[in-house]
Design a protein around this ligand. Structure first.
Ligand code: SGN
Ligand code: CA
Length: 534
């Protein structure tokens, strides 16, 4: 009996001991997993469209986007933050991309222009190179448009035809700087989408990754996937408030060649070449309109009605291109969720610059006016960014590189001019820039936009057009958010002096305090771009 009691006690003690040990083991293995996942480097998916205006993203709340919502791109803001004051430093494709990669302004990385701007110096330090050196798997798929072969990527598949712009159908891609392939069937957005998912599927899952997922869409000449042929049938998109801008008091703007009414060509608006024309003649027929030549699709359409028709045709094709991008973004987000990657992956959605969707009567970009200066920027990273956030604080495209390096806990090189905005996610009062500096160089091709530099503060914007004119513009963005009334000539001298002073300080800070002749020579220097299409 006594033996039994002792035996029972021993048995119970043994059980308690065994369970305690098992409990401790399970706790320690749990905290072990926790620790290792805390220490795990984040993955980065950097999604960039080409010429995607923030006005065409429903999360930004514009009237257009209500009729053409972007539910998947919006998901990124719902899961993280919508940055409502992201700006580029030179509103044009290659230069903005070069600034994003290097974290430096155009005058520092040497890539000022697309047209006659030569190739990007591939020896420069870029953030993908730093990720790659630090054990990240790196890939870029889609639009590159910098001439030279992409460096810093384990895998690259970039568009090379149409002078590096790529085409929507039959796009040509160069793979790893070697093989050039032509896609026979799929729309470029679909090819890029499928390729990114394929790359994610074959990656080494023991390593973190950086994927640059870069669409051609919705760049000119706005050819949507045929699956969206009927989207927006019967829809009439509202014209923006400045659709009939007369450019009064803004000499540079009055000389532009990017008006919906006067500079969209037949190809842009999907006119069918007459059977009697072929070869060069058909191309000539299609680009008719570029230089301001008058054309109409039929004899009865003229004047304001013609302008309205051009706008509806343009905007519908543009937004159909975006429908494809939105679908591709949704597939990527689903992939991350299904593969348990969302929590530890930073997803960014942006565009190389903004774009005009009829504001000031325009298409295209380049100006320091809001629609082309401001970029969409949405970011999710559940580990560090609370869902459903909004920021109205300035960030610049040169800040993207240092911020992503900062998130990955990699050292930010001292010679990057951009500043990490990681602190903004923890502290909503954190200010990365009190005011921001801009400089654009390409002239006259395309669209005849005078080279200019300027400063934007939270209230004012001061711009100097210096190339073949000496004109200043000043806008009070509080009373004139559409930038119609140039108040430079009627403003107090003290206001102008204080803004010019701040502008000079930024030029000194960024080492762009050169004389105007030197600036003009950058516009005049023509260097050919290499081209690898077949
Ligand atoms: C092409 C377009 C222009 C556009 C530039 C730059 N013309 O040349 O309208 O401004 O690209 O765009 S097109 O008839 O060839 O489409 S960028 O995005 O590369 O900067
Ligand atoms: Ca672009």
């Amino acid at each position: 009996m006594l033996f039994c009691k002792i035996y029972n006690r021993l048995f119970i003690n043994l059980l308690i001991f065994t369970f305690s040990i098992l409990f401790l083991i399970s706790c320690s293995s749990k905290s072990g997993t926790q620790k290792s996942s805390d220490n795990k480097k984040p993955n980065v998916v950097f999604i960039m469209a080409d010429d995607h205006a923030y006005q065409a993203i429903s999360a930004y709340g514009s009237p257009l986007a209500k009729l053409a919502p972007t539910p998947n791109i919006d998901r990124i803001a719902q899961n993280g933050m919508l940055m409502n004051a992201a700006y580029c430093t030179n509103s044009i494709c290659g230069p903005s991309r070069a600034s994003i990669l290097t974290g430096n302004y155009s005058h520092v990385n040497g890539f000022f222009k697309n047209e006659g701007g030569g190739d990007f110096n591939s020896d420069l330090q870029t953030f993908p190179k730093i990720f790659q050196k630090n054990n990240y798997q790196t890939a870029i798929v889609g639009k590159w448009h910098l001439g030279t072969e992409p460096k810093g990527f384990d895998y690259s598949k970039v568009l090379v035809n149409w002078w590096g712009q790529g085409t929507y159908y039959h796009p040509q891609f160069c793979i790893n700087g070697k093989d050039t392939v032509t896609e026979p069937k799929r729309h470029s957005t679909k090819v890029i989408e499928d390729d990114c998912i394929a790359w994610l599927n074959q990656r080494d899952t023991t390593k973190p990754f950086l994927l640059m997922y870069q669409f051609k869409a919705p760049h000119r000449d706005w050819v949507p996937d045929s699956m969206y042929k009927d989207l927006f049938d019967g829809v009439e998109f509202p014209e923006p408030a400045t659709f009939n801008d007369d450019y009064k008091g803004r000499l540079a703007a009055s000389e532009n060649m990017m008006e919906i009414e006067n500079h969209l060509n037949r190809r842009d608006l999907k006119q069918i070449v007459p059977d009697s024309l072929s070869g060069r003649d058909s191309i000539k027929w299609l680009i008719h309109g570029d230089q301001g030549q008058y054309w109409s699709p039929n004899d009865s359409l003229a004047g304001q009605e013609l302008k309205k028709w051009k706008y509806q045709t343009y905007i519908k094709n543009y937004l159909k291109c975006i429908a494809g991008v939105d679908r591709a973004v949704g597939r990527l987000l689903d992939y991350l969720e299904e593969n348990n990657l969302s929590e530890n992956t930073i997803v960014v959605y942006t565009s190389d610059q903004g774009f005009y969707l009829g504001e000031h009567g325009w298409f295209d970009k380049r100006w320091m006016y809001e629609e082309s200066f401001k970029m969409p920027f949405l970011i999710q990273y559940p580990k560090m960014i609370k869902p459903g956030n909004l920021s109205n604080k300035f960030i610049l495209n040169v800040d993207f590189a240092p911020t992503l390096l900062d998130f990955a806990d990699l050292e930010i090189p001292k010679d990057m001019q951009g500043k990490s905005f990681k602190n903004m996610f923890a502290d909503s009062n954190y200010i990365n820039h009190e005011e921001i500096y801009y400089h654009y160089y390409e002239y006259p091709k395309w669209h005849k936009v005078q080279p200019h530099y300027g400063i934007r503060t939270s209230r004012y914007k001061l711009i100097h057009y210096y190339y073949s004119m000496d004109e200043w513009e000043l806008f009070d963005l509080t009373s004139d958010p559409n930038e119609i009334n140039n108040i430079f000539k009627i403003s107090d001298k003290s206001l102008i002096d204080s803004l010019k002073n701040k502008l000079k300080k930024l030029q000194i800070l960024y080492n762009d305090n050169q004389n105007l002749d030197k600036m003009k020579s950058l516009t005049d220097t023509i260097i050919k771009r290499s081209y690898r299409g077949i």
